[in-house]
Write a protein that binds this ligand. Structure first.
Ligand SMILES: [Zn+2]
Length: 703
């Protein structure tokens, strides 16, 4: 199929800019050898101008709306913007520079305005509405993916407030601006408050148990702030990592108290006023658009659909998780030296992970250092990740050192799709692997797309995986810890979602699915790291070639369920708090900062997760996911996806596990469909029924 290029010439963009014309490299890989920092901003701005002109032409077309002149035209529009913006937003987190950060600051409001202008265009709305009406009247036959596109477009218009009166639209705009500024303010206070909450230790004896590295870090942190001693800095979540190794109970208690008090200490960095206003304004925003509260507004556009569905799922998990956490606490109490029979409630939150480490060592005796020589990156990649994709989907991978990435560490692989098992087939796309950590890369691991698959545009996918593995000295092998192996499989699951996409419209491609669904394929792909056939193949000593001892594998398997009571409970408590704040109407939001912590306590008690030994993963006053940005009323998404994941793992087990036939079904019914239909319909097509929660309960040891 030939590629369709933009019909509008890029306005005033230097033709020498590498984004000015579509890349001529295989699969449209951006020409990174030619792209420099200063090319992004002019290309993106010219791309927006071209996109506006294309949209204007669609909106003012004198012909009546058709699928071709409206939907397909919208999908074809904005190609210059798309290729420049995707390349830019890929590089920003993975190889940033101060210059790229400045561009981000300048472009963020421009992007928002650009998107708003399209979503609030009454002429476009009328054209899409006309197509929907004609289809409803039986005058127009829409293909299922086109009908779904129409439905989603109308939802987007409606959620942008297009059906409101001009006054209400003004109110909505004001609310959006105020909410954005409050979110930024919450984030800033949190950052400043974290510094303030750091625990200063002046007597080194109080740091007993900390490694030399951790002490040196704490020393340097104190020095950086002109303080004498050791500074224990706060991570965002409640349960600080240092608590696992600090031997001194008084130091642990200080760290825990400082962590939990964040945002509620009075003064400049207190976040309570901001979060109350946010909760109220979000509720007003939702009601203006016709939803009962903010949580209903969020759920309506997710696979969950309603807050009732979210509440039901969380409600079913919570009692089992807390019961399991109490059982774990009972085990911890035995090693704590507490008087026998004092039970689960005798374990202080501050002591949990220290006691937990003692139990882990005694029961599982797993040593990361001993495992690492068996987990060498090249083997894990080729004999693990790629091999599983080969056996399941018939894919093969050939490294293309001739194709440059955006950084010397980036490796490019061409992906081939077998026509018949065992036969090399057609080129499917490119997979870019950017595994190593560097100063210019943000933390974590993620997947990105440089080109999205689309039948309409004749485009094949180019996807990127970013990890943060420490790079060994030149010539040394890269040895992983087990968590990194899991992450590699997880991120590759996202990559497969992009690579195996087989849809018509670019806006429905691959990972363009709701937030509470997007983690599902990646979580499923983690299962292959545990598959005996795959594990045996990649877990081989990098020098001696010996397989990993079988009893270590057994221990690793056995240790998986331990600690799930704690982690599920702290996660669910946070997810329930998120729902509690966002299931309020404007009138129900407390008005005094004094009411914030009592509201939190009451919400946890009402949900049955008020177990003092396991506080929420984030308390309201430092819950940045929900008050600082993107995850408001959506923190439940992780476990929602995991319900689907665990049920799918069971589907594989019921159908013979790792087979080409199963891979083909998962590919065709699920991965290939992307966002071209209701994702839950894809799931039900694969599973033959709606999702069930029991497999997740079993996996997490909650039954
Ligand atoms: Zn993920």
């Amino acid at each position: 199929m030939t590629s369709t290029h933009e019909t509008t010439a890029p306005a005033d963009l230097d033709p020498a800019n590498p984004f000015a014309a579509p890349s001529t490299l295989p699969y449209g890989l951006p020409d990174f050898a030619a792209i420099r920092e200063e090319h992004y901003e002019p290309a993106i701005l010219a791309g927006m101008a071209a996109h506006r002109a294309e949209v204007e032409a669609i909106a003012t077309n004198p012909e009546p709306a058709t699928v071709e002149n409206t939907l397909e035209a919208l999908e074809r529009a904005g190609q210059l913007l798309g290729r420049a913006a995707r390349a830019y937003y890929n590089q920003l987190p993975s190889d940033s520079t101060p210059g790229l950060e400045d561009v981000q600051e300048r472009l963020a409001p421009v992007f928002a305005a650009h998107q708003d202008a399209i979503n609030m265009d009454a002429r476009l709305h009328a054209r899409v509405r006309a197509l929907a009406d004609a289809a409803a009247a039986g005058d127009l036959d829409l293909e299922p993916d086109t009908a779904y596109l129409v439905e989603k477009l109308l939802t987007r218009f409606q959620r942008s407030g297009i059906e409101l009166s001009p006054q209400d639209q003004d109110t909505l705009r004001d609310l959006n601006a105020r909410i954005t500024s409050l979110e930024a303010s919450f984030g800033r206070k949190l950052l400043a408050g974290a510094n303030e909450a750091s625990v200063l230790v002046t007597d080194e004896a109080e740091l007993a148990g900390l490694t030399a590295d951790a002490r040196a870090g704490a020393r340097a942190a104190a020095e950086a702030r002109g303080q004498d001693g050791w500074l224990l800095e706060m991570q965002l979540f409640t349960h600080q990592n240092v608590l696992a190794s600090l031997e001194n109970p008084a130091t642990r208690a200080r760290v825990q108290a400082a962590s939990m008090a964040r945002g509620a200490t009075g003064g400049e960095n207190d976040t309570r006023e901001v979060l109350l206003e946010l909760a109220r304004l979000r509720a007003e925003h939702a009601q203006l658009l016709g939803y009962e509260h903010h949580a209903a507004y969020i759920a309506a556009d997710a696979t969950a659909g309603t807050t009732e569905a979210v509440n039901e799922m969380l409600g079913r998990l919570a009692p089992a998780a807390v019961a399991n956490a109490r059982r774990e606490a009972g085990e911890l109490a035995k090693v704590s030296g507490a008087p026998s029979g004092s039970g689960a409630d005798s374990v202080a939150a501050a002591d949990w992970s220290y006691l937990n480490e003692a139990v882990r060592k005694e029961r599982f005796n797993l040593d990361d250092a001993a495992l690492r020589p068996y987990l060498e990156l090249e083997r894990v990649l080729h004999d693990g990740v790629f091999q599983a994709a080969g056996l399941l989907f018939g894919l093969s991978f050939v490294e293309r050192p001739d194709l440059p990435g955006y950084h010397p560490d980036v490796r490019v692989f061409e992906v081939f799709d077998a026509v018949e098992p065992g036969e090399p087939g057609a080129g499917l796309g490119l997979f870019l692997a950017d595994f190593y950590t560097r100063e210019s890369k943000r933390g974590g691991a993620w997947m990105d797309s440089l080109v999205v698959q689309s039948g309409l545009l004749g485009e094949k996918p180019v996807v990127v995986n970013n990890l943060n593995i420490v790079k060994p000295p030149a010539g040394e092998p890269t040895l992983l810890v087990w968590d990194e192996v899991t992450t590699l499989f997880h991120e590759f699951g996202h990559a497969l979602h992009g690579l195996l996409s087989d849809v018509r419209y670019p806006s429905q491609s691959g990972t363009s699915v709701p937030r509470d669904f997007v983690e599902y394929p990646s979580q499923v792909n983690e299962m292959w790291s545990w598959e005996p056939r795959i594990l045996k193949s990649f877990a081989v000593h990098h020098v001696t070639g010996e397989p990993m001892p079988a009893e270590w594998v057994d221990t690793m398997l056995a240790s998986r369920v331990w600690g799930e009571g704690f982690s599920t409970t702290e996660y669910l408590a946070a997810a329930l708090l998120d729902q509690a704040w966002h299931q309020l109407t404007p009138e129900q939001v407390p008005t005094s900062v004094e009411d914030v912590l009592p509201f939190e306590a009451a919400a946890l008690a009402a949900a049955g997760v008020d177990f003092a030994s396991v506080p929420p993963r984030y308390r309201s006053t430092y819950f940045n996911h929900i008050f600082g940005g993107g995850y408001s009323a959506g923190y439940y998404s992780y476990i929602w996806s995991e319900v689907l994941d665990a049920d799918t793992v069971q589907w594989y087990a019921e159908n013979g596990g790792l087979t080409r036939e199963n891979g083909e079904a998962f590919r065709r019914k699920l991965l290939a469909r992307g966002g071209s239909q209701d994702p839950l319909a894809s799931f039900e097509d694969l599973r033959g029924r709606a999702a069930e929660i029991t497999p997740l309960l079993e996996r997490r040891g909650l039954v």
